[in-house]
Design a protein around this ligand. Sequence first.
Ligand code: ADE
Length: 224
Amino acid sequence: MKIDIITIFPEIAEGPLNESIMKRAREAGQVEINCHDLREFTTDKHRQVDDEPYGGGPGMVMKPEPFFAAVESLKTENSRVLMMTPQGKPFEQSIAQELSDETHLIILCGHYEGVDHRVTEALVDDEISIGDYVLTNGTIASVIVVDAIVRLLPGVLGDATSAIEESFSGENGYLEAPQYTRPAEFKDMKVPDVLLSGHHRKIENWRREKSLERTRKIRPDLID
Ligand code: ADE
């Protein structure tokens, strides 16, 4: 998979995507990620990417021309173009799963009060929000989306089962049961006996029960 991120802050994306599992996936060639500076696609002396909103109002709006130039230079017939925006569709595991099947993603990141709507209308396949809150820029959101997608690509997570038996993508989409590691007792807190029993069926039942209990308490909206 190839991912092109278009932003006025390429370093914000480059930092987190150049550590740990993302870094390894890039080095292993499981994903190619390019963080482009939107200003590279301007043609004026001041490399201007924003301007005042028509109709008035606070803040600045991102100009269409650099986004059009960027997408026109990067897009192929296999590309899917995403726009990070709080006005988008809420991002969730099923969307990460669907996007992980694509061969080329181009991710446009907004800033300021928004992006000229002609960009969205003419260039964008999906507008995506990472949640009902407003960030200072979409680049931070793009990193989250890229991380969630790349970890699903074949071979990226060493242990193939770890992407399956976890919250949201397990058999029923419930939250994961609590996990413990050594020591078995710490500051008077004991690991549940069943996890030390070696009894696989009992452990499985316990996890299913805890998963349901936790989901009911914290995310009742995930239960039918
Ligand atoms: N840009 C600013 N806030 C955002 C959000 N919640 N999701 C995606 N992009 C954003």
